[in-house]
Ligand binder design. Sequence first.
Ligand SMILES: O=C(O)c1cc(=O)[nH]c(=O)n1[C@@H]1O[C@H](COP(=O)(O)O)[C@@H](O)[C@H]1O
Length: 271
Amino acid sequence: MHFMTALRAAWRARNSLLCVGLDPDPARFPAHLHGQPDAIFRFCSEIVDATADLVCCFKPQIAYFAAQRAEDQLEALIAHIHARHPGTPVILDAKRGDIGSTAGQYAVEAFERFGADAITVNPYMGRDSVEPYLEYADKGVILLCRTSNPGGSDLQFLDVGGGERLFERVARLVADEWNASGNCSLVVGATFPNEIARVRELVGDLPLLVPGIGAQGGDIAATVEAGRSADGTGLMINSSRAILYAGADHDFAAAARRAALDTRDAINRHR
Ligand SMILES: O=C(O)c1cc(=O)[nH]c(=O)n1[C@@H]1O[C@H](COP(=O)(O)O)[C@@H](O)[C@H]1O
């Protein structure tokens, strides 16, 4: 199924704009998982099973798996999500960016090896570097636009001519030119609600991936009010650490569920 079709269906069916980010850090796992060879898969799959009915998508961050030589567990986790929770799109957060021939390999890795439904991509190298992902017309291509970190302003706020800032040019380019197959989305950080509103103004109903609530302190009310689309959807609002590490014991998945429920409901109060 097309990523955007699955996302829209999940927004409606789950009544949720929440994306749970899967950033597994073994140092923060509960004690009973320490030293287990499949600890990453067990930790993440328990979180997934405890929260799937509350989310519109999941977003595993590839660095957390690769750093632990656990790409096989990432593969198994994405297969688990698809098998146990059909209709829940999976975004592989990899923030790739390279020349076309190499980007083609990254696209195969994300969509064919890992079976992801969407990938995050850095637009800095321009259209031909993004084309190999866009060619998978049913997969989501989520381009960094106004990132949540303070240093994002170093480049993204530069005036690229006539008062237009770089992130605004990215938003316009993606919405007007790169989205021919209707499979593009943009990353805009929850830590910058004014820029979320500006991007929404520029891109109509294009879906936005919005990380930065929870551990990074972004404001949920301001995020939703600035970023929701005309029908009260349009957002994948990501929280990772605040949900994954809500509990530190055997009951970590139940604690994650409570945190996810509170976050989903806080988001819904402002839609
Ligand atoms: O593309 C992303 O997901 C992303 C973009 C961005 O601008 N800021 C950002 O924090 N992220 C990711 O979103 C997640 C945020 O995690 P928490 O701060 O723990 O909720 C991490 O996986 C980041 O890599």
